[in-house]
Structures are given as structure tokens and as C-alpha cells.
Design a protein around this ligand. Structure first.
Ligand code: TXA
Ligand code: MG
Length: 336
């Protein structure tokens, strides 16, 4: 079972950071916080350690990982080409929750990139993640620290419970600020493509790349996977997830399921007149997208723990600012 070391999220303790770097240097895995979700980190230059990530997660080896760096200079060293769009995006949003896909150099083992010629790069802003990368002295490869297709962890406890047997050390810096993964963009094409909506919202991205192309729209009907490692079902709790068009429909579906004997979780935006009962667990996540995103995965986990069979979700507004949350809900609702 993994050791857990508490760390101050803004001023990480040098001993804990040094211990994490030591574990990484010796080929181990470290669960660590970023501003988005907790990551399962290995040294990006250690092929054997990177393979342990895939084994721990039960993730197919063709699904590429993100290499985490300190800054644009470090990113460029791993990139065969660094288009102007990459520079503009990195200048505007790094360090922060944006991942940029570029052509790769051979510096990083191909296990990191799922055998492909491109590499996903991100400079996280979380002080603990940065301190660990700095102490190690080179990039870390880190997917979200959850089992394949499951909910991303937003606390150290989530990591411990799900992957504790596979991780050598977990740094606990409390809950993540964003609660949802980074936004992934591909800058290798003439038009920058949004591969995964995420913590950096689309309106913000458009300020730097006004003509950004949404891969989910461009590829509709052609290829359900805008990038390797993106599947229709992802970010899913154990319970079945149903999305209702509005609150009235959500209530109706929930009532019907309860009448059939199911235990139901109800995820709503606005205030809840109804109260939770033995068969109904109501969770209100509010109408502010960032607040909703921060609480989403932890709430779905708590509903799994409460033993619900089905989570009925009131659809979030069809609006660009809600894109990342809507994407996660859609993937969670995709049948297994
Ligand atoms: O916020 C985050 O991005 C978190 C934290 C830990 O940084 N990491 C994360 O990693 O969510 P992961 O492995 O769970 O998701 C990585 C995403 C996947 O959707 C994958 O398809 C995409 O990035 N990706 C990685 N490398 C890629 C590549 N070379 N080309 C296209 N997409 C890539
Ligand atoms: Mg993930």
C-alpha cells in the first residue's frame, strides 16, 4: 500500500518533494496533485516506469500520456516543431490547464506517446507538481490517477483507494482547484483543433485562437475518437448515468426508477425542493460551470459509495462555457 505524505499546496515541504523525486528517479510511481486532477506520475524518460503506469491503470498501451514540463522552453526540447500557435497558447495559458499536442523528438520513450509521432505537453501551475518536476530535473509523464475509463481523482484519498496498491507514494495537497482535466489542443494542423474540452474554457481559447476547430464537430460521423485515448465511454462511475433534458424530466425519470425499486442519485443545477430519502440521493452542483466542474467527479464517486444504481442528471446548458462538463457527462452516460 502506498505511503501518503501531506504537503502544503502553495509552499510544498522540501522533504516531501525530495522524497517524491527520489521515488521517481528509482523507477517508482507517485500520485501527485495538479490544478486539474491528481496525476499518476513516472519519470518521462524511464520506459519501465512509464509501462508501470499503463499496468496500474489497466490502460491500453496505445493511449498516449501527457508529458508535464516546467515551461515553454522545456516543452520545445521535446518537440520536433513548435508552431506559432503553440507559442501563442503557451504564452497565454502556461503554466495552467492546457495541453498542447505537437510532433515529438526521440528524447522521450515511445511508451509515453503510445507509439505515436506526436506528444502531448503541459506545464502545470500547481506548486507541488512544479516542485516535483524541478526536483527531478526532467519531465514527468502523468495521466489522471484512476483506473482506465473511470472517474478522475480530485483528492489524494481517491488515488489511495483506487490505486493505492500500485503507487509508491502519494502527495496529499488537498482537493484540486479545477476538478476536471486539462483542455487538449492539437497545433499540428493548419487550424488548431480542440481534442478534449477541459478546465481552460473555449471562450478563453478563442481569444488566442479565434478559428479553433472543434474535433467533436468536425469528425462527427467519421471517427468517434478525435485523438488516440479518447473513447466514447470515459469518466464513468459504476452506476448507470442517464441525462434528462431538464429538471422536470429528471424528476420524472427518478420517480419512475424509484417506483421500480432502484436507488437513484439525482444531480441537479438549481435549488432542490425535494430532499434525499433512503432511495434518493439528491446533489445540487449549482449554475456556475467552474463550481460544477470542481465538484462533479467527487460527487459521482460519493453517489457510487452511497450505493445508487442509477444517476439521473439534469442536462447542463448547451453553451460553450459548459462544454467540458457536458463532454464528461456525455461520456459518463455512454453505455459500457
Ligand atoms: O489535467 C490533465 O490533463 C491530467 C493531469 C494529471 O495533468 N492528465 C490527464 O491525462 O487527464 P490523461 O492521460 O488521463 O488524458 C490525456 C488526454 C487523453 O484524452 C489523450 O487522448 C490525450 O490527452 N493525448 C495524450 N497524448 C496525445 C497525443 N499525442 N495526441 C493526441 N491526444 C493525446
Ligand atoms: Mg484520464
Amino acid at each position: 500500500m502506498s505511503r501518503v505524505l501531506p504537503v502544503d499546496p502553495s509552499a510544498p515541504d522540501a522533504d516531501a518533494v525530495g522524497e517524491a523525486a527520489r521515488v521517481l528517479r528509482s523507477g517508482g510511481l507517485v500520485g501527485l496533485p495538479t490544478e486539474t486532477v491528481y496525476g499518476l506520475a513516472a519519470s518521462a524518460l524511464d520506459e519501465g516506469a512509464v509501462r508501470r503506469i499503463f499496468a496500474a491503470k489497466g490502460r491500453p498501451p496505445s493511449h498516449p500520456l501527457i508529458a508535464h514540463v516546467l515551461d515553454e522552453d522545456a516543452a520545445r526540447r521535446l518537440a520536433a516543431a513548435w508552431p506559432d500557435a503553440a507559442h501563442r497558447l503557451a504564452s497565454a495559458f502556461w503554466p495552467g490547464p492546457l495541453t498542447i499536442v505537437v510532433d515529438r523528438t526521440r528524447e522521450v520513450p515511445s511508451a509515453v506517446t503510445g507509439g505515436g509521432d506526436s506528444i502531448a505537453l503541459r506545464a502545470p501551475s500547481h506548486a507541488v507538481a512544479r516542485a516535483v518536476i524541478r526536483a527531478l530535473g526532467h519531465p514527468i509523464a502523468a495521466p489522471s490517477a484512476n483506473r482506465f475509463q473511470g472517474l478522475s481523482p480530485t483528492t489524494a484519498d481517491h488515488v489511495l483507494r483506487e490505486l493505492g496498491a500500485h503507487v509508491d507514494l502519494i502527495l496529499d495537497a488537498g482537493p484540486c482547484a479545477a476538478g476536471i482535466e486539462s483542455t487538449v489542443v492539437d497545433v499540428r494542423t493548419a487550424r488548431v483543433r480542440l481534442l478534449r474540452p477541459g478546465a481552460l474554457d473555449l471562450p478563453s481559447l478563442r481569444r488566442i485562437v479565434p478559428d479553433i476547430e472543434r474535433a467533436d464537430q468536425a469528425l462527427r460521423g467519421l471517427d468517434p475518437r478525435p485523438s488516440p485515448g479518447m473513447q466514447a465511454r470515459h469518466y464513468a462511475p459504476r452506476a448507470r448515468v442517464l441525462i434528462a433534458a431538464d429538471r422536470a424530466e429528471a424528476d420524472r425519470i427518478a420517480c419512475g426508477l424509484i417506483a421500480q425499486g432502484s436507488r437513484v442519485g439525482l444531480l441537479v443545477l438549481g435549488p432542490t425542493p425535494g430532499r434525499s430519502s433512503e432511495r434518493l440521493a439528491v446533489r445540487q452542483l449549482g449554475r456556475v460551470p467552474a463550481d460544477y466542474a470542481r465538484a462533479l467527479f467527487a460527487t459521482l464517486r460519493s453517489l457510487d459509495e452511497a450505493g445508487v444504481d442509477v444517476v439521473v442528471v439534469e442536462a447542463v446548458p448547451d453553451d460553450d462555457i459548459w462544454l467540458a462538463v457536458a463532454d464528461r457527462l456525455k461520456r459518463a452516460a455512454c453505455p459500457a
